[in-house]
Design a protein around this ligand. Structure first.
Ligand code: ZN
Length: 255
């Protein structure tokens, strides 16, 4: 075999290797972008901001009761249990990732498994111009990767016992991750199941649209101390309100 044949083969291998590297690097980048922990108020990146500003159906939004349409579709049902989670200190929030993925919701009978939950301070959504102290986001995905998020507003009041274990982890500087045996998810959603439903986006980059949003009308309580200790660690980590652009918002009862 002549020397230039060998060279051609060598170059071809190098190109293939580089292409494979780029492919995986891109996948990795996409993933890290998904998880990119950005506080919009503190250290916003111009690039990511532009990326998120392309959309017309973004979240969070101002929900005005006088504009909502009372409706019973889509039919939303919650099937939450007690299950283990892995707590993670992310750059912008405390995230709890489901280990067993047994809890789920259904939207028109189609299942969306609970993937993780995290917190924002202050609330991202507002109802009739009221901003709450915090907001909990329970992030679900179906088998095609479509996302449904339940937003739970949190106001200052009684201490939430369930969340104490999460907060203890937050205060422990030695730990970045911790497995927690069981979280009773129903203690994180209000008893009163009236909710607003609309189509929006993730509120952190890449701000993917086509997200089913379910925001409960009634808040749950955390104590002042619990709210303050989250704020001390993360500061403000909420995205500003986004234009509604004529989107319909429904008010329905979650089962
Ligand atoms: Zn969120």
């Amino acid at each position: 075999m002549k020397i230039h044949h060998l060279l051609v083969i060598l170059v071809a291998f190098l190109c293939l290797g580089f292409a494979v590297y780029l492919y995986f690097e891109e996948e990795k980048n996409d993933e890290s972008l998904m998880k990119k922990e950005v506080s919009y108020t503190n250290h916003e990146s111009a690039h990511l901001k532009n990326y998120c500003e392309k959309g017309e159906m973004q979240s969070p939004i101002q929900i005005k009761n006088k504009n909502v349409l009372p409706q019973q579709t889509p039919a939303i049902e919650i099937f939450y249990g007690e299950e283990p989670f892995i707590l993670k200190k992310q750059g912008y929030t405390l995230e709890a990732v489901s280990k067993s993925r047994v809890s789920y919701i259904t939207i028109d009978k189609k299942p969306y498994k609970l993937d993780s939950f995290h917190f924002h301070v202050p609330s991202e959504h507002q109802i009739d111009y009221q901003r709450y102290e915090m907001e909990l986001h329970l992030v679900h995905k179906n088998n095609k990767g479509k996302i449904a998020v339940i937003g739970v507003l949190i106001e200052a009041g009684k201490e939430n016992e369930m969340v104490e274990e999460l907060w203890n982890f937050l205060q422990d500087d030695r730990l970045k991750e911790k497995e927690i045996e069981s979280i009773h998810l129903l203690s994180l959603i209000p008893e009163q199941r009236s909710a607003f439903y609309y189509s929006g986006s993730l509120t952190t980059p890449p701000c993917t649209e086509g997200v089913h949003w379910i925001v409960f009308e009634s808040p749950i309580d955390f104590s002042n101390k619990q709210i303050a200790s989250f704020y001390q660690v993360y500061g403000y980590n909420s995205r500003p309100l986004q234009p509604i652009n004529g989107r319909d918002i429904y008010k329905l009862s979650v089962q």
